[in-house]
Design a protein around this ligand. Structure first.
Ligand code: GLU
Length: 552
């Protein structure tokens, strides 16, 4: 046995497998040419962030478009930062938007796929096996330095004016002997395992980022920790082992990891692994006071994907919007492929922003309004019900009390060529149609400034004398036109514009007065249809109340 082999046995005596065992257990995947294997690898330390959904969508589309595999791996090596329902939060968050992995963790304690376990805390033996191999080859070693010792090294480096960290001649455990290690372990000292970096400070290393192109950096010289004192790997080491054994082809991750790539390149090489392609995505940004900043978990409620679920945004609208941020050519594609499913969009990592996509709520709302406008009333009804059931019990009760009436309300002005685009999310529906439900709105008979109370009273009285609940749209409108002249208004808008002083107003003003009396709004869908749904008694009593209001 060589000294290094002895060291490996001393440090990790319980590991009896060799890397070959795992190489055989997780063979190269048998996938079509060009298929990409991607993975979303969140840590369950908080809710699913919009940036997480953004990255996971890029993973899914990259895999789907190449008939590859999209994996969900849970990186739970930092138990201190883990939150209780972190894993379910991530899975439910992805599921709500139809971002469904092909492989990996599917729930608390469940997973699918032949390359697991997909939760890092269950892979301890695998990491230790590869760490043992590095130790055997003299490429890793135990380090017993305490936090105080490391502080000491740092202050000496400060004094000497050299780079800080654990490297080269500063790495005092680099050449520790087996005998000394044995003694210190027997004395109960704790150790970490460090990688022996082959880096030279004056050397450069390169990699080709799929999104950013060639990136040149200084080689890593630090002997980074690969196993912590409890035998759990650090991010860097787990990333190399997992992405190799899961046969990841494309590591799509946040650009905060670019700085660590020199470490990763060395680790992959030392382990004898093929280096995957890296695609570092820029963070989702938000505009503030004319500048740009990262979407913040602390400041922005929309940073959590649950925000969009709670407000009732249709999931496909959020994904459609994310695609506009993910690929700069998506909108052009959408214009020429209006009804195509996003699955047929040729997603391309190269078309991702380098500087950070700007999140714009107005644009999301526009996309959503447009999609909802073209849904059938049945679909709007059932999806709104599904949302309300969880998020607004009162509204759910109202919606389900009289299905036919609710659908008729939702169907107002819907089926034409130019449906109204008023609703971006289900939580707006209640307010949008609130005038149908006395308990949801307060009557407000305020008139536009140019219409006087006396005229409003005259219009409402004249209208209630001719109103008939049977009137269909044409008849309904001709009755309103007929009211105009005797009251000093003109049925002809053009005529009014040519000679405004000759009239009190035009037919639009007359119908506005009626609209306000019936709905307390100046802008609504088809008023005749609204009156049809409200019914005769309600229409007459609202007109009555409005007249009283103006008389007082
Ligand atoms: N667990 C890491 C994170 O949440 C994953 C980075 C990666 O995708 O490799 O930042």
């Amino acid at each position: 046995m060589t000294k290094s082999e002895k060291m490996a046995e001393l440090l990790l005596p319980n590991i009896d497998k060799t890397p070959d065992y795992y190489e055989n257990l997780y063979p190269e995947r048998n996938l079509p040419e060009g298929a990409r294997v991607t993975r979303f690898a969140p840590s369950p330390t908080g809710y699913l962030h919009l940036g997480g959904l953004f990255g996971a969508t890029a993973d899914m589309l990259t895999a789907k478009g190449t008939k590859g595999v999209f994996i969900l791996r849970i990186e739970d090596t930092d138990k201190k930062r883990e939150i209780e329902d972190g894993v379910t939060g991530i899975i439910e968050g992805l599921e709500a938007f139809g971002v469904i992995p092909n492989e990996g963790v599917t729930g608390l304690g469940t997973e699918k796929g032949a390359y697991g376990p997909y939760t890092q805390s269950k892979r301890k033996d695998i990491y230790q096996c590869f760490a043992k191999e590095l130790i055997k080859k003299g490429l890793a070693y135990p380090c017993f330095c305490s936090a105080e010792k490391l502080d000491e090294i740092r202050s000496e480096q400060e004094k000497a004016g050299v780079n800080k960290g654990y490297y080269g001649e500063w790495a005092c455990c680099r050449n520790i002997t087996v005998e000394e290690a044995e003694k210190r372990i027997a004395a109960g000292e704790q150790f970490v395992v460090r990688f022996r970096s082959p880096g030279v400070e004056t050397n450069k290393c390169y990699f080709e980022d799929v999104i950013r192109g060639k990136i040149e950096m200084q080689e890593n010289t630090q002997d980074v920790v690969i196993l912590k004192t409890d035998g759990i790997p650090t991010y860097h080491f787990a990333h190399a082992i997992d992405d190799h054994l899961m046969r990841t082809t494309h590591v799509i991750r946040g650009d905060e990891w670019i700085a660590s790539v020199p470490i990763h390149l060395q680790l992959f090489k030392a382990c004898g692994f093929k280096i995957p392609k890296f695609a570092h995505t820029a963070a989702v940004m938000k505009e503030e006071n004319g500048g740009k900043r990262k979407l913040s978990k602390r400041k922005d409620p929309e940073a959590a994907v649950s925000y969009f679920v709670e407000k009732g945004y249709p999931a496909e609208c959020v994904i459609e919007y994310l695609l506009t941020l993910l690929n700069s050519n998506f909108e052009d594609w959408r214009r020429t492929n209006k009804d195509a499913s996003i699955d047929s969009f040729p997603y391309n990592l190269k078309k991702m922003s380098v500087s950070g996509a700007l999140f714009d709520m107005n644009k999301l709302n526009d996309i959503s309004k447009n999609k909802i406008a073209f849904m059938s009333a049945d679909e709007v009804y059932s999806r709104a019900c599904e949302w309300a059931k969880t998020y607004d019990g009162d509204f759910y009760a109202k919606l389900t009390e009289n299905e036919a009436k609710q659908k008729a309300i939702i169907n107002l002005d819907r089926e034409g060529k130019n449906p109204r685009k008023d609703i971006a999310k289900w939580d707006e529906l209640k307010n949008y149609f609130s005038y149908f439900y006395p308990e949801y709105y307060e009557e407000n008979f305020t008139l536009p400034e140019h219409i006087g109370k006396e005229d409003a009273i005259a219009i409402l009285k004249a209208y209630s004398a001719v109103y008939s609940p049977e009137d269909q749209k044409d008849e309904w409108f001709s009755k309103i036109k007929d009211l105009c002249e005797p009251l000093g208004f003109t049925p002809n808008v053009k005529e009014f514009k040519q000679n405004p002083d000759a009239f009190k107003g035009h037919v639009g003003d007359v119908s506005t007065v009626i609209r306000i009396a019936i709905t307390s709004r100046t802008n609504t869908p088809d008023l005749c249809a609204i009156m049809g749904i409200l019914g005769k008694d309600e229409v007459l009593s609202r007109i009555e109340r409005a007249i009283k209001f103006y008389e007082n």
